[in-house]
Design a protein around this ligand. Sequence first.
Ligand code: COI
Length: 329
Amino acid sequence: MKICFYALREYDELHFCREMKEKYGIDFTYTTDYPNDKNIALASGCDGMSCTPCDMSRKVLEAFHNVGVKYILLRSVGYDHVDLEAAREFGLKVDTVTYPPTGVADYAIMLMLASVRRFAHILKRAELQDYSLKNKLGRDFSMCTVGVMGTGRIGTTVIQHLSGFGCRILAYDVYENETAKKFAEYVDRDTLFRESDIITLHMNANDDNYHIISREAIEKMKLGAYIINTARGKLVDSEALIWGIESGRLGGAALDVVEFENGLYYYDLMGEVMVNPKLAMLRSFPNVILSPHTAFYTAEDVRDMVEGNFRSCYEFGTGKKLHGVEVRA
Ligand code: COI
């Protein structure tokens, strides 16, 4: 069996590919580029193709199907970028990865703390020798009510870890999670909006929750509330967020993901013209923190992502389910 890796990072993923090749007996080839018209042929002769989130529309899936690829192996938990209906039509099997939820959960908590303590602003000013206190007054995190939207693996871990800080925790999800229930109170969406000082998003993006943080939602929130997004950009209407910040309704936001981040994030664009006006606008606010979709980025998670693709390929190809069993090819 063989996997063709796209957008493979030679500095942190390649050595894991080499390790997993030995462990699973599955060969690989790679390119550092995202899939495009010119490099799809690189996957011919491969059982699977692997990529981090990128355009996985019908056209792209058809092209991979045409060169003989059978498995679409995502180096992500999220799959909102994949046209699953088209994949089914072309007989392509699609799999995501699972990496420990702690990395993203702790990053979200870091963003919460940084937001309410105005940490990014304080650091930026200190770099310029501004050691004054004016405009740097924070909130006591332990006294905040945190509303967690989405109580899957990551949301529930956020809740568990937050309980150590002494925050009051509210939760919202269509499905209630028994572990989350031990530390958080499930409430309806409007109650969460009304009572939370901080709202943190941990949902997969789908048609039902597109722009769940809309202007209408922001209008329902507590004056001075903070929005934290480490899930998907599509959950937040950026225009509404800009309105919330400009009008002073929101106290701030910390966004690891933004709408239309594809083509920007993970590229070094230093010195180039910013082509995302909403992102440029958000960047200009002192109470908005932006990071380039790095919440997942730990050595542990990267390893699990690469291994996850090899495991899926092994399982698809052999029909054998691995349950944490060591594979020696
Ligand atoms: C995911 O796993 O869904 C992520 O968002 C991280 C990915 C961009 C590598």
